[in-house]
Design a binder for this molecule. Structure first.
Ligand code: KG4
Ligand code: ZN
Length: 375
């Protein structure tokens, strides 16, 4: 039973975790930089890497302490080496190399996207040491994975462990990127996904701000669903632009309303300079993204006779997406708990475990790969 230390620094979370058997989480520490980047409305890469440098050692130390383990208990160090921000990745990879060298442990470079998938098979440790861990879910192949994060929207056919075929990906913005940009446009702050979800539900968002009087109406605005029936690729930039044009209409800005695919329904014809119905627009935007993601995943599951569907990545923590996938798909849908959908190192340790078992080892010249894709 291998014990793996995972390290993750691909974006704005400094994370370390200890996982046994690729499944059981002994510790999972995440130092989020959200507060640092909020004022910029997105991740400021230079600041992110500097903060990783400050946080990486205490976060790793904390992961070991919470797991109750000494260095000698570890079998390997797994680290995200791509895709991600180059300066951020460098911090994690160099820390992992230094520890692996000093402690004489094998080093394993992990693909961040693959790690997101493995979050689906993680389980918490048993409540007390006398109880055996609950059985871990076993993947049933072939399966379809939808990886939706701030940087990626990939629809993937998985036929065996580590065997992937990309069916489609985004042609422009990633789903999470679209959430972040639209949230900025609606004045909901960063990170955008949870803020849009909250506004649509009539709750105050994580970034503070006023609580909408009611939940939003997802049918209020007829927003475009790009590439709806064609192939498995995604496109979200037209949807974002449609939201921008509606916002401009309400603000009385002269835009190009005649070119809008999106039309406000009769009840919401926007006279210039009327208050933007943020909750309705957030709900309509969220519904449009979810509709496209569910439609394509459902079609892929049917075509490739998937035995199950996995959701992964930060956007997979979206409540409507999870609810609609489970309601509309005819095969079981698995998604990690929200805290394991967003970036963490337990998923890196889990992916690293399966590489470790397959005898994969990285050499000391392991480099960062900002544009790494799934093999
Ligand atoms: O996987 P992740 O933590 O980092 C990347 O690898 O990119 O994903 C972050 C993305 C952000 O764009 C964030 O807005 C989005 O996931 N996100 C959500 C939700 N929570 C996070 N999007 C929609 N609904 C959510 N509840
Ligand atoms: Zn991620």
């Amino acid at each position: 039973m291998a014990v793996i230390l995972g390290i993750e620094t691909s974006c704005d979370e400094t994370a370390a975790a200890v996982v046994t058997d690729g499944r059981v989480i002994l510790s999972n520490v995440v130092a989020s930089q959200v507060e640092l980047h909020r004022r910029y409305g997105g991740v400021y890469p230079e600041l992110a890497s500097r903060q990783h440098v400050l946080d990486i050692v205490p976060v790793i130390q904390e992961a070991l302490t919470r797991a109750g383990l000494e260095w000698s208990a570890l079998d390997a160090i797994a680290v995200t080496h791509g895709p991600g921000l180059v300066g951020s990745l460098l911090v994690g990879v160099n820390a992992a190399k230094a520890i692996a060298w000093a402690k004489g442990l094998p080093l394993i470079g992990v693909n961040h996207l693959e790690a997101h998938l493995y979050a689906n098979w993680l389980i918490p440790p048993p409540k007390d040491s006398g109880t055996p861990p609950m059985p871990a879910p076993v993947p049933r192949f072939p399966l379809i994975c939808l990886i939706v994060s701030g940087g990626h929207s990939d629809l993937v056919l998985m036929t065996a462990p580590q065997r992937y075929r990309i069916l489609g990906r985004t042609l422009d913005d990633a789903a999470g990127e679209a959430f972040d940009k639209v949230a900025r446009l609606l004045g909901l702050g960063y990170p955008g996904g949870p803020a849009i979800q909250a506004a649509a539900q009539g709750r105050s968002g994580p970034n503070g701000g006023g609580r909408p009087e009611r939940g939003g109406d997802p049918h209020c605005f007829d927003l475009p669903r790009a590439l709806w029936q064609s192939g498995y690729d995604f496109s979200f930039s037209g949807l974002k632009t449609a939201v921008l044009h509606i916002a401009q209409d309400y603000a009385g800005v002269i835009g190009q309303p005649s070119q809008l695919k999106a039309r406000a329904t009769a009840a919401h014809q926007p006279p210039a300079k009327r208050q933007l119905p943020v909750a309705d627009l957030a709900a309509s935007f969220q519904a449009a993204v979810v509709d496209v993601l569910v439609e394509k995943t459902q079609r892929a599951a049917g075509e490739f006779q998937a035995k199950e569907v996995l959701l992964a990545g930060g956007v997979a923590s979206n409540a409507l997406l999870r609810q609609e996938m489970m309601a509309r798909l005819r095969v079981p849908v698995r998604c990690p708990p929200p805290a394991l959908c967003t970036d963490n190192a337990a998923m890196v340790a889990a992916a690293g475990h399966f590489q470790y078992e397959a005898g994969e080892r990285s050499s000391w010249d392991l480099d960062v790969r900002p544009g790494l894709r799934l093999r």
